[in-house]
Design a protein around this ligand. Structure first.
Ligand code: SF4
Length: 331
């Protein structure tokens, strides 16, 4: 199996076999994100990916869970993803879970029709020379082969039926201004459309929200907007992470220039409190990220009071500066 660059996966995929399907992120512009800034996006030849899956079968005796990396792998052509899922489930009958990342930009709209049909005679070269697939009509080149923004509900259903278990959607914020500032490339309405599409296709919906992304001046709008989008989507799980500004990201430079004032632990906890107060739909809160000041797990609205009480106790009693372990940025 081959991996290129640092591989990222959600904390809950820690025990999954990771198959690298794309390298980097096709958007790669979010100002807070450092994950793939060191590499140019490209899709791996599907034949190479399938070869990796076969290699994994030879190496691993039991694989109950798989994660398809890197960023926004959902943007790949549906037929390639379906081929990959079917092969993975055929080779690993014990496979119970396959997860991937998918941003709203690659889910919300229905895809534009493919470019005028041209004979699909070119072959995408495989680096191993073992398996090849036809190029997609209207192909923008090998780096972004077949990448299209948007999926139809029918396509998502196809992927669900082929054995994709979850698409992790990075909501980050439901506030239009915050999304614009951080160059997320989507609006709150598109976030809602993406989440609802996943639901309609039968996927459980797991949303990542980024506490602190509004900075000090916009924490309130950020929390309220995020709660509104969560209420509109009615996801199964909300997973808060807390902003940690990594060196050399565009946001890090904005902070240095004084254009972004970072929320401290107090504001982050108050923002989380406001978010919890305003989520009105039933949802499970899973705080499984090391960047969070407080691990908060529970079912809303049933355990809202307990969760808020835990935040209030922390605000009243703790040394807030010591809440986040100093070593977390290396994890
Ligand atoms: S946050 Fe997601 S969509 Fe934005 S650049 Fe990073 S990987 Fe890409």
């Amino acid at each position: 199996m081959r991996y290129e660059g640092q591989i990222y996966r959600p904390p809950c995929e820690a025990h999954s076999l990771i198959i690298q399907v794309t390298i980097g992120c096709p958007w790669n512009r979010c100002t807070f994100c450092a994950m793939y800034k060191d590499r140019r996006f490209r899709t791996r030849p599907i034949g190479d990916v399938l070869d990796d899956v076969r290699e994994a079968r030879r190496v691993h005796r039991h694989v109950p869970a798989m994660f398809l990396a890197d960023g926004n792998t959902i943007a790949l052509p549906t037929d390639e993803l379906r081929t990959l899922l079917e092969e993975a489930h055929r080779l690993f009958p014990e496979l119970e879970h396959v997860g991937t990342y998918g941003g709203a930009r690659y889910l919300a709209q229905d895809p534009t029709p493919a470019a005028p049909a041209t004979p699909a005679v070119d072959r995408e070269p495989s680096t191993t020379g073992r398996t090849t697939l036809p190029k997609v009509a209207g192909d923008p080149g090998p780096d972004r082969r077949g990448i299209r923004e948007g999926k139809t509900v029918a396509e998502l259903k196809e992927l669900r039926e082929a054995g994709l278990s979850v698409v992790y959607l990075g909501l980050e914020s439901g506030d239009e201004e915050v999304l614009r500032r951080v160059k997320k490339g989507v609006t709150p309405d598109e976030m809602v459309a993406a989440g609802r599409k996943l639901k309609e296709a039968g996927f459980p919906v797991s949303l990542y929200v980024l506490i602190g992304l509004g900075g000090r001046d916009r924490y309130r709008e950020h929390a309220l907007g995020t709660a509104a989008v969560v209420n509109a989507i009615e996801p199964d799980i909300v997973r808060p992470r807390t902003l940690y500004i990594q060196e050399d990201t565009p946001l890090w430079h904005q902070r240095r220039r004084g254009e972004f004032v970072e929320a401290g632990p107090r504001e982050a906890l108050l923002e989380t409190r406001l978010l919890l107060e305003n989520i009105t739909v039933p949802v499970t809160l899973v705080s499984d990220h090391i960047t969070n000041y407080l691990p908060l797990h529970g079912a809303l609205p049933r355990q809202r009071d307990q969760l808020i009480a835990a935040i209030d106790r922390t605000l009243a009693e703790s040394d807030l500066g010591a809440l986040r372990p100093a070593h977390f940025e290396h994890l």
